[in-house]
Design a protein around this ligand. Structure first.
Ligand code: NCD
Length: 309
C-alpha cells in the first residue's frame, strides 16, 4: 500500500507532491462512500481521536468530526472555552491528560503558530494541524486544491489568485504551497498593507488591482478579512475595502469570462463577496465544504495506517 512521507500533518510545506496525489486519490474513494445511502466505513473502529479546539471554528471542527465518525473512529471533543485551560493549565499538561485516556490521534486548532509542531515533538500521537494562528491550515488547502482539481482536472499551468487578507491568513500560506506543488501559478491580490514583506520570495506574483488580477486568473480564492487578528487598521474602512477588493456581479460581468470562485468560509457577505456572487453557480463554496469531509477522511485514514504499522 502507498503511504504518506510524513507521520503528522503539520503543514503543506512538509509534504511531497506524491503525498498530495495520494490524499486526493484516497479522497476520491471516500467521496464515493459519503454519497452512498450508508455513508460509513468500519476502517478505524479501533482508533480514538481527540479534537482539541483552542480557537473558534464551525466548519473545520464539524468537518473533522464527521470525517472521524464516517470512518467509525471513537471521537472526543474539547473546546478551550469550557476547559481547565481557563484555570491556567499548560498545553502539554492538557494534552498529556487527554492522551492518558488512550488517544491515538489529535486534531488541533490553536492561536499560536507552531503549536502543532510543538505537540508533535513532545507527544506520542499522530497530530493534525487544523490551523495554527496565522501560519498553516493544511486540510483547508488540500480541500481547496481538490475542489479545483475537480473543476479543472490537472492544475499544472492553471492560474490561481488569492485575494484579501494574506497577512493574517493561514489559508493563504498553505494554499500557496499546495498549488505550487501541483504546478499552478499563484498570484496574491490585496492592498499592500495586507501583503507580507518578502512574500515574492515564495515565487508568487503580487497585484494590487483586483480587476487586473481577475483578468489573469482561472480561479479566485477570496479570503475573509481577519478582523480578530488585527491590532491596527490596515485599510481606511470596510466599505472602501469592499469597493476595491470585493467581488460583486458587476465586476464579474465586466470581466467577460467565467472564473471559478472559492471561499474558505465564514463569508462576510457584502465585504469580500456580494451575496449574489456567493450564491452563484460560479462559486464552489459548498463543494469545498462537501469535499472537506472526504479530504479529512483521507488524511485521517492515511495517518492512521502508519499508526498500526
Ligand atoms: C479559515 C480559518 O479558520 O483559517 N476558515 C476555515 O477554516 N474554514 C478562514 C477564516 O477564518 O477566514
Amino acid at each position: 500500500m502507498k503511504e504518506l512521507s510524513v507521520s503528522h500533518l503539520l503543514g503543506i510545506k512538509y509534504l511531497q507532491p506524491d503525498d498530495l496525489h495520494l490524499i486526493f486519490e484516497t479522497a476520491d474513494q471516500f467521496k464515493e462512500v459519503i454519497n452512498r445511502p450508508i455513508k460509513k466505513v468500519p476502517s478505524l473502529r479501533d482508533i480514538t481521536i481527540a479534537n482539541l479546539f483552542f480557537e473558534n471554528s464551525t466548519r473545520t471542527k464539524l468537518s473533522f468530526e464527521l470525517a472521524e465518525k464516517r470512518l467509525s473512529a471513537d471521537v472526543i471533543n474539547f473546546s478551550a472555552g469550557q476547559s481547565s485551560v481557563k484555570k491556567g493549565e499548560s498545553l502539554i499538561d492538557t494534552v498529556n491528560n487527554i492522551l492518558a485516556m488512550k488517544v491515538d490521534m489529535i486534531v488541533m486548532r490553536h492561536p499560536n503558530p507552531g503549536a502543532a509542531h510543538f505537540l508533535a515533538k513532545h507527544i506520542d500521537a499522530k497530530i493534525i494541524n487544523a490551523g495554527d494562528g496565522t501560519h498553516e491550515h493544511p486540510s483547508q488547502a488540500l480541500l481547496d486544491a481538490y475542489s479545483l482539481r475537480e473543476k479543472f482536472g490537472d492544475l499544472a499551468g492553471r492560474r490561481i489568485v488569492i485575494v484579501g487578507d494574506i497577512l493574517h491568513s493561514r489559508v493563504a500560506l498553505s494554499n500557496i504551497f499546495a498549488l505550487q506543488m501541483l504546478g499552478a501559478e499563484v498570484r496574491l491580490c490585496a492592498p499592500l498593507s495586507l501583503i507580507p514583506k518578502h512574500i515574492e520570495s515564495l515565487g508568487v506574483g503580487v497585484e494590487t488591482d483586483l480587476r487586473r488580477a481577475l483578468r489573469w486568473c482561472d480561479a479566485a480564492n477570496m479570503l475573509r478579512v481577519q478582523n480578530e487578528r488585527m491590532q491596527l487598521s490596515y485599510f481606511p474602512s470596510t466599505r472602501e475595502y469592499a469597493m476595491q477588493y470585493g467581488l460583486n456581479a458587476k465586476v464579474l460581468e465586466e470581466l467577460g469570462k467565467e472564473i471559478v470562485i472559492l471561499h474558505p468560509g465564514p463569508i462576510n457577505r457584502g465585504v469580500e463577496l456580494s451575496s449574489e456572487v456567493a450564491d452563484s453557480p460560479q462559486a464552489i463554496i459548498l463543494d469545498q465544504v462537501e469535499n472537506g469531509v472526504a479530504i479529512r477522511m483521507a488524511i485521517i485514514y492515511l495517518l492512521a495506517s502508519k499508526l498500526q504499522a
